[in-house]
Unconditional design. Sequence first.
Length: 463
Amino acid sequence: MQKLELLIHCCRLLPLLTIFILCFFFFILDQNGQILGQNQIPSKSINERSIVDYPSLFDNNLKIETVARGFAFPTGMAFLGNNEFLLLEKNTGNVYRITDGNVSNVVVHLNVSIEDERGLLGIAISKNDKSKQDNPFVFLYFTSCSQVKTDSCISPNCGNYLYRYKLDADKYVLVEPELILELPSLPGPSHNGGVIDIDNENNVYVTIGDLQPGAFNKNQTGFDTMAQNILNGTVPDGRAGIIRLTQDGKPVGDGILGDDFPLNMYYAYGIRNSFGIDFDYISGNLWDTENGPRFGDEINLVEPGLNSGWEKVQGIWKLNQTKNKNVTYDQSDENIKLVDFDGKGKYSAPEFVWEKSIGPTALIFLESDKLGAEYKNDIFVGSVEKGIIYHFDLADDRKSLSLTGDLADLVFNKKDNGSQIIFGQNFGIVTDMAVGTDGYLYVVSGDRGTDEGAVYRIVPNTK
Ligand SMILES: [Ca+2]
Ligand SMILES: [Ca+2]
Ligand SMILES: [Ca+2]
């Protein structure tokens, strides 16, 4: 109750009614932050559950095994070795080591801020560097807020943080924390991104969304940056993109978009929010998923300097702020001007679009033939809506998707038959996927209508 006492003290010192209301607002925000957000995770009561809620696959040659369960909203996993991985819980700030399906220990606990999409959000383990094989670096991304007392009141001081830890392989704890990147988190509380990946050159990539300026935070100013394609916006501050850095937190070579920090850290921009990135291990290309505003969810091939178009373009549509309808974006349209950082940034249309949002999350390339040749090297995408896992074949050039019928236009329109890409369903909120050292597809289910999150494994029926 220390915060409450501070607040009461604060409000006593400032008897003006308006200040009192302001303090009361902050109290409500702090105590009940979750009810204020627009992206509340829906949760069903136990009575609303039914047999159809259980995860299922559409390929009878495959089956689902439960690897571990009983977690509170797990958000990410990363393999340490055979049948051994680290698992994050969004709201507890705990990172667990799971061995043969059992929780071995908590390797680190972090104090995280948890409103809406804030929390412990991403993990990656660096294993390419042979010298660090026994004590690999573990990268964690999380939101944290502290209360800062100012002259007039108490205000939150929040950030999104990328920390590098070393795994002590004897004691199995994370040690030597190093803050390698501090990113903004205001106004928020959602669109923090947080997914981390590492390329073949050992560079670290992390997603971060626009942190909800604009419509959701009408009275907040100062968050409209050029990274959101606002022509007269402020200099990018790290939001709305995919950020690339070395494992020591330095820019990689010359910046793609500019020389100054943090513009020199951007690998891509114009991104509203992303919960999924992965490298195609065949081509080396980066791909992402992006969440649109009720329409225009995307899958993108992310080439260096990609401008994904937000907040002028989403999906294949230009944003129309005055009317509730969407008009297809034409790149020759002189009325829509995008920020290009002196020609260094380049807009590219998505490789796939959902007209109606499904909340795409994790994206992964299946570097394995253990599920059968038809799935080898393919893209899998998790989602929020109905817990569906999507499956995509790539075209031969590995730069586009191979689709037929209603989806040949690369748009999942509202009335389209999408059965060719629907691989599984009822996985709750799919927050992460990974290919195990056993070659099977692992799925982290953040929530399945109860408070119980789980890790599943997809294997052949014959196993
Ligand atoms: Ca886009
Ligand atoms: Ca295939
Ligand atoms: Ca279509």
